[in-house]
Design a protein around this ligand. Structure first.
Ligand SMILES: C[S@@+](CC[C@H](N)C(=O)[O-])C[C@H]1O[C@@H](n2cnc3c(N)ncnc32)[C@H](O)[C@@H]1O
Length: 256
């Protein structure tokens, strides 16, 4: 193991392969106990995120790109373009992403910018740490998206990349409520996820079958708008939705 200096101000170790992740958190959540891994992750996504062999298998950008029918780079870049290159932005990425997503987010931050990444799976945080160079602007922490430990209005921008389709409706609503709470008024929440494709989409029936078989909550996003999961009684300043690849993917920008 090689020590790395300066990440979040601390001394860290670089594991040679995916570890269980127990050493991956830069700071403990300030006031709550470590979250437990939610049942839906353990039951339906263990094969994608929770075991060392899963991380080894899926931590390949070409594979993630294949799963997204060649759209990974375009969808990632749509998020980056949305955030722009403001030098002093505080950005929150809710949940780790395979590939170079976070590295690109960091490289777009100015010197006064900051990126917080939270995930509920220690192994995912350990994997992310291994992928990134030490950088004092970056902090990783073990938190559940549906019960964040940040103070309200802490971030200029909050990013959710293909997380919401994995969550049961109640957790999805709680995650969005937390995103709204921690994003400052005037800031934005940028979401990229699945969406119902057009009726004539050549992949429509294949994707319906794949999502039905492997991702039991994903088809919610074919049936309902993301806006329907926002807190009742809360009115965003604006919501802009754009779809791509025949409607199979959506980008939703919520102005808080
Ligand atoms: C962002 S999603 C999907 C990412 C995408 N499929 C990719 O290319 O990597 C996957 C991540 O969400 C995390 N996750 C799922 N539910 C979570 C929750 N309630 N709180 C925090 N992280 C969560 C998982 O541990 C996993 O690292």
């Amino acid at each position: 193991m090689r020590p790395l200096a300066g990440w979040g101000g601390g001394l860290l170790s670089e594991p040679s392969e995916p570890s269980t992740g127990a050493d991956a958190v830069d700071r403990p959540p300030p006031s709550r106990e470590s979250p437990r891994i939610p049942d839906y992750l353990q039951k339906f996504y263990w094969w994608a995120y929770l075991s060392p062999w899963a991380v080894r298998l899926f931590e390949r950008e070409w594979l993630v790109n294949l799963i997204l029918w060649g759209n990974y780079g375009r969808l990632r870049d749509a998020v980056l373009a949305e955030l722009g290159q403001s030098s002093a932005q505080n950005v929150l990425q809710i949940a780790c992403v395979y590939g170079d997503f976070t590295r690109r987010l960091v490289s777009q931050l100015g010197t006064a910018g900051r990126l917080d990444v939270v995930d509920v799976a220690p192994i995912q945080l350990a994997n992310l740490r291994r992928k990134l160079a030490a950088d004092a602007r970056l902090r990783l922490s073990l938190q559940d998206a549906s019960a964040l430990c940040f103070a309200g209005a802490s971030f200029d921008s909050t990013v959710l990349f293909f997380l919401l389709h994995e969550q049961p409706a109640g957790v999805r609503a709680a995650t969005l409520a937390e995103a709204v709470r921690v994003t400052r008024p005037g800031g934005r929440i940028v979401i990229v996820d699945y969406h119902r494709p057009v009726a004539s989409h050549p992949l429509r029936y294949l994707m319906r079958g794949v999502l039905h078989a492997l991702e039991p909550f994903a088809l919610d996003l074919w049936r309902q708008e993301i806006a329907e999961f926002l807190p009742a009684g809360w009115t965003p300043a604006a919501i802009e939705k754009t779809t791509s690849f025949g409607g199979l993917y959506q980008k939703v920008v919520i102005r808080v």
